[in-house]
Design a protein around this ligand. Sequence first.
Ligand SMILES: Cc1cc2nc3c(=O)[nH]c(=O)nc-3n(C[C@H](O)[C@H](O)[C@H](O)COP(=O)(O)OP(=O)(O)OC[C@H]3O[C@@H](n4cnc5c(N)ncnc54)[C@H](O)[C@@H]3O)c2cc1C
Length: 406
Amino acid sequence: MELVEDIVIVGAGIAGLTTALGLHRLGIRSLVLESHDSLRITGFALAIWTNAWKALDAVGISESLRRRHTRLLGVMTTSTVSGLPTAETQFSAAGTQRDHHEVRCVQRKILMETLVNELPSGTIKFSSKVVSIEQSGNLKLIHLSDGSILKAKVLLGCDGVNSAVAKWLGFKAPAFVGRFAVRGSVYNENGHGFEPTLFEFIGEGFRSGFVACDDKTMYWFATFSTSMSNQEMEESPAKVKQFVLSKLGKVADDFKAVVRDTELENLSLAPLRFRHPWDILWGRTSKSNVCVAGDAFHPMTPDIGQGGCAALEDGVILARCLGEALRDKQGIRSEEYRRIEMGLKNYAKERRWRAFELISTAYMVGYIQTSNGKILSFLRNKVLGGFFARQQLKLASFDCGRLTTS
Ligand SMILES: Cc1cc2nc3c(=O)[nH]c(=O)nc-3n(C[C@H](O)[C@H](O)[C@H](O)COP(=O)(O)OP(=O)(O)OC[C@H]3O[C@@H](n4cnc5c(N)ncnc54)[C@H](O)[C@@H]3O)c2cc1C
């Protein structure tokens, strides 16, 4: 049986749920199709920077998240080789409002559940994997793995790094950058005792970070190249943990203890992939009544902690552009199709250079931070640390605006 829906969003991740909530705030209904049978939460936590807090303000869920997560004071970078600090950045430097940054490490489960709780019931349809898309006049036919078919006036691909919608738009599959990431989380009922700072450790091609989500939860990550295969690491998380511990060099013992205390089921491994920045410029982010957002649009390496933040920005801007297109409900049908097409084009235009800049910066920062060469290591420790921090704060100053249609 074919069901007709106005707006179908593929993927109940950060991008899909933020877009659905943004549309809901504008009084527009959407249906979110999620391939899993429940919310898919991988990676425990993520750094939410100033730009993403603005997006969370826009969809009206920032306050409850603020209450549950500690505000970070800054980033402290230390060499794993010398054990000495190489750079330090304060987030709330005395000075102008522009210097004032809000950064917290937010638990993914809490973020996703907060988004879902604000949506009308029935918005998400779980166990609904999109397998192919077809044209049917001005509508899109969405084929699901259970054989059912939906018709949609608008199709928004928020289906992550392996996006079926991005493929339909003609994007190539994202490229593996030759590095992996491991993430972990530890809960301590008596409190972890760490300062609210992002502690970063870099050296010999290995980068790690430790950060408090709240008084009791510590999140950590590491990125690296390795001769171990993905399968080998997936099958032996104990080996991965040992590998991380062996790379921490002169990192203080209390950080090493965080890794040691992480239960194996609280480790998550990911091969790092990104879309080449030129594919963002030359590729089609939107085509007729279809577009992509989040990792489906701009998968990037996690080196500046902006993938999820950018997905939140996308959600707000996409909802606004689509809201503007759908505002004139009295319009003739063919006119509506044209307005939707223009709305999605406006979104793509507004996001193209932002996505380009984020992907390129993340790749460059990752490349230099995990480089083992003598010259790059020297430059990184002496000069580039401060430059990266300024660049990161500049990117986090972006304002996606509010959720109103003019
Ligand atoms: C190691 C690491 C650390 C990171 N750290 C940070 C950080 O500190 N800060 C930050 O902002 N970002 C960070 N990121 C990036 C961030 O995790 C992603 O950018 C973000 O999760 C992307 O959200 P999304 O909704 O676009 O995609 P996803 O979270 O991948 O969601 C896509 C959803 O679509 C569903 N889906 C996929 N295919 C289909 C289909 N065919 N049919 C139906 N449903 C489908 C999936 O099941 C999933 O639920 C990090 C990433 C990594 C790997």
